[in-house]
Design a protein around this ligand. Structure first.
Ligand SMILES: Nc1ncnc2c1ncn2[C@@H]1O[C@H](COP(=O)(O)OP(=O)(O)OP(=O)(O)O)[C@@H](O)[C@H]1O
Ligand SMILES: [Mg+2]
Length: 239
């Protein structure tokens, strides 16, 4: 099977008061098209750092990152930005919506950066809002929406351009139990043969829905605690 993501010996070091923090150590990871992966682990274990690396928001200090057969670990910021825009949809804990734009405009924003013409943009944005169950809220600004609805707008924004990868970092961290459940259902409904979902969550119930649960510990993926949940995988899909 063709790999979507291959990481080899990735390290990330941050300078800190004359010293260095190793936020990622010897990360080896391979991800298939269509996989749903949950990343769990204690605070400070490197989950967000790894997610940022996968999402090309950050570059490794050493090691190789190959995304769709391209060596992205050595690319310029301009190239990375193009790849991010085309390949990856981000969902953050804090929603990160633009307060002056309504729901439809927020969803359209990344499509503008991709150079998609206005009519097509509208069409894709409306379809994405429909998919998350928010067709009736096009004209609402973020302040006029509940937290759960704002996160649905953010999910619509992430999926509107049909990216191959959805990255979600604690997407329910700011929501109450009932909204969290709705949002997790929406995220699970995005599963698709060609769409890979990588989700950081403290919520065990969502992690259990994933094909694979990866536990991070002290900057490393703890392979002894990797859990494979279903028959998504063939026998030889891991290094
Ligand atoms: N920009 C930075 N500069 C210096 N150190 C950083 C930076 N970003 C992260 N770190 C350090 O790297 C380690 C991993 O941080 P990271 O944010 O990836 O953890 P996390 O697993 O996402 O934690 P949480 O569950 O609290 O979100 C931490 O020790 C953190 O202090
Ligand atoms: Mg984090």
């Amino acid at each position: 099977m063709k790999k979507l993501i291959i990481m080899k010996n990735i390290e990330k070091k941050y300078p800190c008061a004359g010293n260095q923090i190793k936020a990622l150590k010897n990360i080896n990871l391979s991800v298939e098209y269509g996989e749903f992966i949950a990343i769990v682990g204690t605070s400070g274990s490197g989950k967000t750092t790894l997610m940022n690396m996968i999402g090309c928001l950050d570059t490794p200090s050493s090691g190789e990152y190959i995304l769709e057969n391209e060596l992205v670990s050595e690319m310029s910021e301009a190239k990375l930005s193009k790849i991010r825009n085309k390949t990856i949809g981000f969902i953050f804990q804090g929603f990160n919506l633009i307060s002056s734009l309504d729901a439809l405009e927020n969803v359209e924003l990344p499509l503008i950066y991709r150079g998609i013409p206005k009519i097509k943009r509208r069409e894709l944005a409306k379809k994405a809002l429909e998919q998350v169950g928010l067709s009736q809220r096009h004209k609402h600004k973020p302040s006029q929406l509940s937290g759960g609805q704002q996160q649905k707008v953010a999910i619509a924004r992430a999926i509107a351009g049909n990216p191959r990868i959805i990255l979600a970092d604690e997407p329910t961290g700011n929501l109450d139990a009932s909204s969290s459940e709705t949002i997790l259902k929406v995220i699970c409904s995005l599963r698709d043969k060609s769409r890979t979902i990588i989700l950081i969550s403290h919520d065990n119930s969502i992690a259990e829905k994933a094909d694979r649960i990866m536990t991070m510990s002290d900057g490393m993926i703890d392979n002894s605690r990797q859990i494979i949940n279903n028959s998504f995988y063939g026998a030889d899909n891991f290094f």
